[in-house]
Design a protein around this ligand. Structure first.
Ligand SMILES: Cc1cc2nc3c(=O)[nH]c(=O)nc-3n(C[C@H](O)[C@H](O)[C@H](O)COP(=O)(O)OP(=O)(O)OC[C@H]3O[C@@H](n4cnc5c(N)ncnc54)[C@H](O)[C@@H]3O)c2cc1C
Length: 294
């Protein structure tokens, strides 16, 4: 049985992490961490559940200490001087109802059902096993920077680097900073059921257009298309200097499809996911191209 720790301050949390090291698991809403431990690795017809399939989650019941982060004041949402500051403990429900960019709120609304959104946090979503990480994919398209604190002080690392460097055990995530997004933001999710359907793939796009409607900057982030949320950088490059019209959109969708490395799981096959990446990247780019060019 794990001992549950509930620090009141970040300093206290730091001391607990220093004292217990890897035998301490951080728990926020517990919607992934608890479930991982309780399903006992098998589900239904002997298929590993989504959480258990991955190496990245800390299994709460297997840790000697579990540290809850509810009292640390990590539930703030602020926008200051063009920088969005999103607390790691902000729930999906509160993010969805906030005045943060509409596509980010929409991504939060597409995480599970209402009960889950009351508990699941933005911080937990950064660590979520794919194909979860719906909000994380949106944050990736927004060039977000998670800020961690640990026994050695605080450090920040771009979300893209966090995922590619494998620095997953980076301490306690306190908040996420991101520049107020320029340009057009679009979020689309492919699921077999619209209401609370588990993610097949998600696509988050940020496009900046210059005068005349050509693409000046592009971000295409994919969820459910690899081991972590990932950016389709080759697809982004193909869009630069192009108008968001059929030839450029088709080329970018094909490049995103080629770049992804999805997995089979109980929700969808890798084959289906790859196909949906092509379809949904094209759909997101079409939406981003709608309306008056600058
Ligand atoms: C039925 C169901 C449906 C779901 N549907 C979706 C969906 O549609 N889309 C989606 O994206 N996800 C979905 N999820 C997955 C999950 O609920 C979310 O990813 C959620 O955001 C996890 O947040 P949490 O606060 O519950 O994290 P926890 O379960 O508490 O923690 C998850 C992991 O993150 C780590 N962690 C959490 N907070 C911190 C922190 N501040 N610093 C360091 N490490 C931390 C924990 O140590 C743990 O390893 C679903 C889950 C369930 C059970």
């Amino acid at each position: 049985m794990a001992e549950y720790l509930l620090p009141d301050t970040l300093a206290e949390a730091g001391e607990m992490m220093a004292a217990h090291g890897r035998s301490l698991a951080i728990m926020a809403g517990g919607t992934s961490a608890m479930r991982c431990g309780t399903c006992r690795g098998r589900r239904g017809r002997g298929i590993a559940c989504i959480e258990c399939a991955g190496p990245r989650l800390v299994s709460v019941p297997n840790s000697a200490y579990v540290m809850g982060i509810q009292r640390l004041g990590l539930d703030r949402l602020e926008a200051d001087n063009g920088v969005l500051n999103i607390g790691a403990g902000v729930t999906m429900r509160n993010l969805a109802a906030s005045d943060m960019p509409a596509a980010l709120c929409q991504a939060a609304r597409r995480v599970g059902g209402p009960a889950l959104r009351n508990m699941a946090t933005v911080g937990g979503n950064i660590f979520a096993r794919q194909p979860y990480g719906t909000v994380a994919a949106m944050l990736l398209a927004m060039d977000a920077v998670p800020v961690f604190t640990g026994p050695d002080g605080s450090r920040e690392v771009a979300l893209a680097e966090f995922y590619t460097s494998g620095a997953i055990a980076a301490g306690l995530l306190t908040h996420i900073e991101c520049p107020h997004p320029q340009g057009r933001l679009v979020f689309v999710k492919c699921a077999r059921q619209r209401f609370a359907g588990p993610t097949v793939i998600t696509v988050a796009v940020r496009i900046e257009l210059e005068t005349g409607g050509k693409v000046a900057a592009a971000r295409i982030a994919l969820g459910g298309a690899g081991e972590t949320p990932l950016r389709a950088e080759a697809a982004e490059q193909l869009l630069i200097g192009e108008k968001l019209e059929a030839p450029a959109i088709e080329a970018a969708a094909a490049a995103a499809k080629a770049a992804c490395a999805p997995a089979d799981d109980p929700v969808a096959s890798a084959w289906y996911r790859r196909r949906m990446v092509g379809v949904y990247v094209a759909r997101a780019l079409e939406q981003a191209g709608e309306g008056e060019a600058p």
